[in-house]
Design a protein around this ligand. Structure first.
Ligand code: GDP
Ligand code: MG
Length: 162
């Protein structure tokens, strides 16, 4: 089975934009995946001869009470199904309380998690990253999903162990 990459983060950070970019290849299909629901969207892609599956999630607002509520059920399920979690944050709006709530969940999860700072187009990468170290998820990886900046390199790195 292909390695499964879940895209997790609060709404509007660019998860669906990244999903579309990662599944744009001609042979991308909606995966025939057990437990498919309308709240999680599955797609396939290929990079450097490696096939992968990506799960897009609707996002977690963080306005709910408590981490169980804050992590929308479908995002938790996507994390369960994944081999790799890409935790997206927004480099333009900076760190947000919802990001911190999600990070708290991901830190106790055993899944390999990558912190991805999106929307870094037009930003100086170094200062755009500075805020996000404090999430405790490891080093932030700058991308611009809408423009493809750093996306191929990131996914190659993410897929390297598979
Ligand atoms: P989602 O709610 O996390 O799925 O976010 P979307 O993919 O729907 O994107 C939310 C908004 O951010 C849209 O207006 C996108 O065009 C914009 N966006 C996504 N990626 C980028 C990016 O790399 N740079 C910029 N400047 N905007 C982006
Ligand atoms: Mg979306």
């Amino acid at each position: 089975m292909n390695p499964v990459i879940a895209l997790v983060g609060r709404p509007n950070v660019g998860k669906s934009t990244l999903f579309n970019r990662l599944t744009r290849s001609r042979d991308a299909l909606v995966a025939d995946f057990p437990g498919l629901t309308r709240d999680r969207k599955y797609g396939n892609g290929v990079l450097g001869g490696k096939a992968y599956t990506v799960i897009d999630t609707g996002g977690i607002s963080g306005d709910e009470e408590g981490i169980d509520a804050a992590m929308a059920e479908q995002s938790l399920q996507a994390i369960d199904e994944a081999d790799i979690v890409l935790f997206l944050v927004d480099g333009r709006s900076g760190l947000n309380v919802a990001d911190e709530a999600i990070a708290n969940h991901l830190r106790i999860n055993q899944k390999k998690t990558w912190l991805v700072v999106n929307k870094t187009d037009g930003l100086e990468e170094h200062s755009a990253m500075a805020d996000f170290w404090q999430l405790g998820i490891g080093d932030p990886h700058p991308i611009a999903a809408a423009h493809g900046r750093n996306v191929t390199a990131l996914i190659e790195e993410v897929l390297a162990p598979f």
